[in-house]
Design a binder for this molecule. Structure first.
Ligand SMILES: *[C@@H]1O[C@H](CO)[C@@H](O)[C@H](O)[C@H]1NC(C)=O
Length: 947
């Protein structure tokens, strides 16, 4: 949600519906970004002091010196298990510790031995073990090259843009006593003074005397120019006091052979990242951006500092572990060249290898970067998952349909919406309550008039096996009659302002405090507030939504917290991008604890960081009811999936504005095939429950919501897999077809797992779409008509309002549950229909995963996991987890074999040795064989033979 005041201003004054860019900084308005971006490549002042090198079994350390100011840095290099290299650079002797991001890595990453291959005065060569991988450390200027054989995979500081602003004393110490205006005038005078005094001879002498290092450093600092924005900075009416002065860091990476880079969400942009030459860098700084603009690099609600690079030979990744404001520049030597230009280069022999150069700039902290060397996309996903963990396995209901709006007014309203779904035969699992359900925006409370008996409401939902989500935001109303506020204040848990008092800002409740979620004691106290006896009116089927956790501060700089606000010893500047991550972590922990560790939580967050996948779901924030917003939901969720966050969705229908019924239907059709499927709408928009747009549109929406429910077994199995592997559930095509360059920039269609390809209709008035079916020699089956198409072609598909182009890959088996119920919990014992789509070799494989759908008991081996396999005319179910125990009442009701030929008989053999004939039907026009009621238990061993 958005600041009401901003909303009022935008609607009432400007009358336009676009982001107010003036509220948010450009790189030029962010002093460190401006300083850093002004540096020119090719002038690196850094030199590696090889005589300081120390090599233990698993770690190389080496000092780097900046020849301009003599400040020394310490480089640490580790080889990590699974083809990763970690490079850390910090000051050798910082004035005080610099922030290192805690809690994001799931463990100290296991290392592997590093060995020295050679060393001379120019540098050293180390072996990275696998496949002749080496790292070359060059001394002057300092650079790192990671090689495999003769190929350079990645270079660091190859453009000489390593820049590390060391912590320093503010020189004009006595000027602290005068007013700040005078102080900044003094800074300027001092700069003029000290730069006129610079003496290159004196510099040399000092360098010769290492014993005097500390003094030397102070002396050098005097000579460094003090620029505006180093010791304080203002943006609009906000001033940032910067008590630690300049502290930014930067490093460049070159990726030879790479033309496609992805990731670094969250941005409303294409899947393939664009070059930023001549424009703004991509920004990572968690912000509540009102009416965000599309196709630009502005920061949004969340930040995952992970970039993937891909070409037909290899996928690699860069994880820049830093939680401060960060900017990423991307340039390419082939950008802007036309195909003709590239041809001309080739003909004239002037063709260079394509290369992408990336530069990361952060305001504070240290350089701590993980280089993931793949080589396949799945290797990179596993590598990243080994660092930050995998997607939380949501309860099954979390993958079903969610009905939300700001706001369902009262208990009667909730009841009538609930009944509406039954009357219109549309399943749903969760109804959501936004901020208006509380008593005056005091979270963990209920409005005493509108929601007087929340337990009655929750019980009524429970009877129908449905659930609710209520919002709990991290801004806490400053009100001495509010228990939550009093406890946080008395325990000293609020974030502090720079003067040591509790930080306060404006948000929904008016004046609000912001709990310091970086404090583990605060988090465990917060978690305890979700206990049933603490959170009055809560029950087992009430789950949580954390909004506004960037955090949003209506009257703060860029609508967020002041950078000099204090989280214990650290400034918000250092920890900013972690705040939302911690809010969701503490909330998820609360939901787990209230059930005694039994139930899986469901928590939705708007702000996020690397590792947020461990705590629940993410949505793309306050989008709008516009066709372009529908389109961008695809690359936005694909980008999140690439960096581990699979449970992603966009507000179906668009949050702001009012969708036409055509847009609404198309959005349901798209959202039903994206991981987190929730309709949501702004307070000021007309109601849009699915049955309010006439019977035809109701029928269209009903149909697609039912399609979602039928596919829940497949979604659930994919999320179970994502929980174990970190593989994205919703995937770009290039992940599965890494050598097919036609797929590299594709973001108007996607895969769910490996086996379903979706090309949603996202154009107004569309009469057809052209879908790309990948895979030479593969086949794809239209899931609605069962028509078979060849892979590696662009297929034109005429569409009507009921069309959702979805294809099942030949060679796959997908389980569905096709009986229509009220909610996913009502489907527990329903039978399965297996869709066996034969590949060109007349074979197919799939899986079936079943557990209780909501507890952690699957971790105690209480589940069924089977491989379904069709080969040589025999379909069989094989136990993939013989040591696991679970029983299900679900049975196999029907089997469709797509691309089959007609058998003369079909025999079922069960594990007890029984054999019997199965009835079947054959549709020769579409080559579909349907086996009727084979009837075996879904957890049993069986085979079905076609003869
Ligand atoms: C490491 O890289 C090598 C060669 O590039 C590859 O064969 C191997 O599978 C990779 N291992 C992992 C764990 O990614």
């Amino acid at each position: 949600m958005v600041p009401a005041l901003v909303l009022w201003l935008a609607v009432c004054l400007s009358g336009t519906w676009a982001v107010d860019r003036g509220n948010f900084k450009t790189c030029d308005q962010s002093a460190f970004c401006k300083r850093q971006r002004a540096l020119k490549p090719g002038q690196s002042p850094y030199r590696a002091l090889l005589e300081t090198m120390e090599l233990t079994n698993t770690r190389l350390t080496l000092q780097l010196i900046n020849d301009n100011n003599k400040v020394r840095l310490l480089l640490e290099l580790y080889r990590l298990q699974g083809n990763m290299t970690r490079v850390k650079i910090n000051e050798l002797k910082p004035l005080k510790p610099r922030f290192e991001v805690p809690d994001v890595l799931i463990q100290e990453p296991p290392t592997e031995p590093l060995s020295l291959l050679s060393k001379d005065e120019n540098g050293v060569v180390l072996s990275l073990g696998a496949e002749s991988q080496r790292v070359i450390v060059s001394a002057q200027p300092f650079r790192l090259d990671i090689m495999e054989g003769h190929e350079v995979l990645m270079s660091l500081n190859s453009r000489g843009l390593l820049a590390f602003e060391h912590l320093r004393m503010r020189k004009d110490t006595f000027s602290y006593k005068v007013t700040s205006t005078v102080a900044s005038v003094w800074d300027n005078i001092k700069w003029v003074f000290s730069s006129s005094q610079a003496d290159p001879e004196a510099e040399k002498k000092e360098e010769a005397d290492p014993a005097n290092q500390a003094e030397e450093q102070t002396a050098k600092d005097d000579e460094e120019k003090v620029e505006d924005g180093m010791w304080e900075e203002t943006f609009k009416s906000h001033s940032d006091s910067k008590p630690n002065g300049p502290s930014s860091i930067s490093l460049d990476f070159s990726l030879p052979g790479v033309e496609h880079v992805y990731g670094i969400p969250e941005h409303a942009d294409t899947l393939k990242l664009k070059t930023t030459d001549g424009g703004e860098p991509y920004r990572l700084y968690n912000l509540d951006v009102f009416q965000y603009e599309l196709y630009n690099p502005m920061a949004l609600y969340g930040a995952v500092p992970v970039m993937l690079a891909h070409n037909a030979q290899r996928t690699t990744g860069i994880f820049w572990l830093n939680a401060a404001e960060t900017w990423v520049d991307i340039s390419s030597n082939t950008a802007g060249k036309t195909v003709f230009g590239k041809m001309l280069d080739y003909v004239q022999g002037s063709s260079e290898t394509p290369q992408t150069d990336v530069r990361w700039i952060s305001e504070s902290g240290i350089i701590d970067v993980f280089i993931m060397l793949g080589p396949t996309p799945y290797d990179v996903f596993s590598q990243y998952a080994s660092l930050t963990g995998t997607q939380a396995f949501p309860p099954l209901a979390g993958l079903a349909y969610h009905q939300c709006r700001w706001n369902y007014n009262d208990q009667e309203d909730v009841q009538s919406v609930d009944v509406g779904f039954d009357q219109h035969d549309i399943p749903y699992d969760f109804i959501w309550l936004d901020i208006e359900h509380t008593d005056g925006k005091r979270y963990f409370t209920w409005d005493p008039h509108k929601f007087a008996t929340p337990k009655d409401m929750l019980e009524a939902l429970m009877v129908k096996k449905r659930k609710m989500v209520a919002i709990v935001d991290p801004h806490i109303k400053v009100d001495s009659n509010y228990k939550i506020h009093n406890e946080i204040r008395s325990r000293g848990f609020y974030v502090k302002n720079k003067d040591g008092g509790d930080y306060e800002g404006w948000c929904w409740p008016g004046n609000a405090g912001y709990p310091d979620f970086t404090n583990p004691e605060m988090r465990s106290w917060w978690a305890s507030m979700f206990a049933y006896d603490q959170y009055e009116g809560s029950m087992k089927n009430l789950y949580t939504w954390n909004d506004m956790n960037e955090p949003s501060v209506f009257n703060g700089p860029e609508v967020t917290m002041h950078k000099d606000a204090m989280h214990g010893a650290w400034e918000n500047r250092d920890v900013h991008n972690l705040y939302g991550f911690y809010v969701q972590m503490a909330t998820a922990e609360g939901l787990i604890q209230r059930s005694g560790g039994v139930e899986r939580p469901f928590v939705l967050t708007r702000a996020f960081f690397a590792g947020s996948q461990r705590y629940g779901a993410v949505w793309t924030g306050d989008n709008a009811a516009e066709w372009e917003h529908l389109k961008i939901s695809i690359p936005m969720c694909l980008s999140l999936g690439l960096v581990g966050i699979s449970l992603c969705g966009a507000d179906v229908g668009g949050f702001f504005k009012t969708p036409s019924s055509e847009l609404l239907v198309r959005w349901y059709q798209t959202g039903a095939y994206q991981p987190f499927f929730r309709a949501h709408a702004h307070l000021d928009t007309p109601r849009r429950e699915p049955w309010l747009f006439g019977p035809e549109n109701t029928a269209l929406i009903r149909e697609v919501v039912r399609q979602r429910y039928a596919l829940l077994p497949y979604w659930y199995q994919l999320f179970h897999h994502a929980y174990h592997t970190g593989h994205p559930v919703m995937r770009p095509l290039w992940v599965e077809y890494p050598q097919d360059s036609a797929t590299f920039a594709m973001d108007n269609q996607f895969l769910i797992g490996r086996d379903l390809l979706v090309h949603p209709v996202t154009e107004e008035g569309a009469r057809g779409v052209t879908a790309y079916l990948p895979g030479k020699g593969e086949v794809w089956f239209d899931v609605h008509t069962f028509q078979k198409h060849n892979g590696a072609q662009n297929l034109y598909i005429p569409v009507t309002m009921s069309s959702i182009p979805v294809f099942q890959r030949g060679g796959s088996i997908i389980p569905r549950k096709v009986r229509v119920r009220r909610s996913s919990s009502c489907m527990e014992n329903d039978p399965y229909t297996l869709y066996v789509a034969l590949g060109p070799q007349r074979a197919a494989e799939g899986e079936l995963y079943i557990d209780d759908s909501h507890t952690f008991n699957f971790e105690k081996k209480e589940f069924i996991h089977r491989r379904l396999s069709f080969a040589n005319n025999i379909l069989s179910s094989i136990n993939l987890a013989p040591d696991a125990q679970y029983s299900t009442q679900s049975w196999i009701e029907r089997i469709l074999i797509l691309g089959a030929s007609k058998p003369s008989k079909v025999t079922l053999k069960t594990s007890d040795g029984q054999e019997r004939q199965v009835e079947f039907e054959f549709d020769s026009s579409m080559s579909v064989l349907t086996l009727r009621k084979p009837g075996m238990n879904a957890g049993a061993d069986w085979t079905v033979a076609l003869q």
